[in-house]
Design a protein around this ligand. Sequence first.
Ligand code: OXD
Ligand code: MN
Length: 591
Amino acid sequence: MTQKSLGQCNTTNKALLAWVEDMVKLCQPDRIFWCDGSEAEKEALTAEAVAKGILIKLNPKKLPGCYYHRSHPNDVARVEDRTFICTPMQDEAGPTNNWTAPKEMHKKLNGLCAGGMRGRTMYVVPYLMGPLGSPLNKVGIELTDSIYVALSMRIMTRMGDIAHQQLGNSDEFNRGLHSMLDMNPANRYIAHFPQDNAIISVNSNYGGNVLLGKKCLSLRIGSYLGRNEGWLAEHMLILGVESPEGEKTYVVAAFPSACGKTNFAMMVPPARFQGWKIWTIGDDIAWMKPGRDGRLYAINPEAGYFGVVPGTNSKSNPNAMKTIAHDTIYTNVALTPDLDVWWEGKDGDPPKECLDWRGNKWTPDSKEKAANPNSRFAAPMRNNPMLAPEVDDPNGVPISAIIFGGRRADTMPLVYQAFDWIHGVYIGATMGSEMTAAAVGGVGQIRRDPMAMLPFCGYNMGDYFRHWISVCKLTNWPPRIFHVNWFRKDAQGNYLWPGFGENMRVLKWIADRCHGRANAIETPLGWVPEPNAIDIEGIKGYSRERLQQVQAINRDEWRRELLLQDELFMKLQSSVPKELIFQRELLAARL
Ligand code: OXD
Ligand code: MN
């Protein structure tokens, strides 16, 4: 590797050089800038982005090292209807994915990309997903004409020379091409080519569509690679619960987008749990592989958090507030006259006047929201005061529990435990949740979102379930599986559980179950806590009756739930593993 000065070619990898040359011929940028991940590069690119008005420097007294970005108003969320899995046969992508044959998609995208970077710079962004030297990590190279993407990738991944160090002369890297083109939503494509380990994303500049290490590589391509290579790429947070005695229990949890993964991963235990600590390993993605000792190990492939801003405050997530207090890029929040940021649900009163996420004047009397409901922060994980030191362990952490959860106003109790692995896979596979602003369309509607992977599974969902079932056979100590719902409401529409830090009480029961310490009662759904097993001491105004309500199993609601699951099973038809069909029958019989 020969680094000369900023932006100069910093690799001798032949496969990489050849591919970049091909892409340059196609896109015809005026300049190529090879990123190395250095501080000097960050400063130079940031200064350029500020000079061009792409970033606004925020008040350094209030938010040191922070910048503000506004995206195109038509480009504020993931676009699931424009996201494609391009495999030779449609059946490989399965009925839950949009599909186009690779040849056809390449033809279309080559046409769109031809000359698309004229007058622009192509940034070559090398990035490493996972700790250096980890058997689970992957290298990607993203070519992008967006300086915002180059700077965000620096936060979200281990970006720069470290990726070249991991890659060496190998040609095994994800090839990702991103171009903003003219931002025409009708020509927006987020296209994945799993067999080629390649991604092309055009006409968007929204993180979920264009930070290619995240959803595209870590989940869609990752899940495909995981199936072939014997591991799991999951839409899951990873945390470590530490008891006052120093015992650490690692758990992963899959909740759909914008259902509180970041809050849960950074939770601060309530006063009642003095001496307990929650350590964050990841807030969005887990790569998990059976280890040599027969346990399932997880790494967080990312190096930063791309979190939903609205609702973040010192009660919902104090550690996130500290994390985003410096060196953070904010996108689509509101901007105050003193160059501070504001959003709905922030601590304190709203500003008397500010600019909303579109740049229009906003006052508390305005009808529109000041911050876009899917406005985001991109913050380095190193900012998190509770970042687990294990985050850099190449072997990852051994997982004791897998938690599935959705946003459900009814039916789903606060917590229950699967009888065994296959029952747990069934619980994950039939997860349902109210849709949120993280994706365009349908906010509030219940949709089946298996393992929170509906928008992210890079192959046939039925085969994905089969792969999950098979992973148990590769482990001697499979994690216990649980389901939680923080969002159940009473008939008056009030939440039945306080949530946030109080979720520690449920997490403790889960950890105790994993260590064989907590008793449970058998129900048709699975194991539930004994009446006094969840400690509610110290929750202001909360009662055992309320806990009973949130844990109640309403058989009529459950019969309806079983019928709703049909929608998914019908869609997947013949590819649903028979084990899951049997689980459904058994549940019906128990009800
Ligand atoms: C995300 C998402 O941005 O799930 O993490 O949409
Ligand atoms: Mn996510």
